[in-house]
Design a protein around this ligand. Structure first.
Ligand SMILES: [Fe+2]
Length: 166
């Protein structure tokens, strides 16, 4: 692991232990904003050779994960939450248009939930945003983008409900 990643892991661990709720996540988001303001850190954490999803670190005790993402072109993800987890999106290169949603109808295994857009904003390099448990959002990328995400748990192992616009 690079020194910058080791430092990030240690800082995240300490913040989550001291402050496991939304307040601690805002602290981690601020940490990422500072970190990604330095292009050297961006190139170390998300080299341009990064794939669409690379797990940089999974904490063996607390379970949080640090992921690097690099998208070569346009990419839109449908509305989703992160199930039982939280997530922080920190933009490293390019821009992500983010929609937040209000839930209109619950989802279940059998049924797609309904949502309505509540807010649209742009994540630009150095901007980090916290999505707490149950927060619904969808990222749209019109061109190449890179980001760091930190999740409370490895969401690739968690099944999620689907949502669509009401
Ligand atoms: Fe997400």
């Amino acid at each position: 692991m690079s020194k910058v990643l080791i430092n990030l892991v240690q800082n995240c661990r300490q913040i989550i232990i001291d402050c496991p709720g939304p307040e601690g996540r805002e602290k981690i988001a601020n940490l990422l904003t500072n970190l990604l303001s330095d292009p050297t850190n961006v190139d170390t954490l998300v080299p341009i050779s990064t794939g669409e999803r690379e797990l940089l670190y999974e904490d063996p005790d607390i379970g949080f994960c640090i992921l690097a993402h690099n998208y070569d072109g346009a990419k839109t993800t449908p509305p989703h939450d992160h199930g039982p987890s939280w997530a922080i999106y920190a933009q490293a290169r390019g821009a992500t248009i983010m929609h937040d949603y209000d839930k209109i109808e619950d989802a279940s295994i059998e049924k797609i939930g309904k949502v309505r857009i509540s807010r649209t904003y742009s994540l630009t390099p150095g901007v980090a945003h916290v999505y707490n448990e149950g927060d619904l959002h969808s990222p749209t990328r019109d061109g190449p983008t890179s980001l760091i995400r930190i999740e409370g748990t490895d969401m690739s192992k968690v099944s999620r409900f689907r949502y669509e616009l009401a």
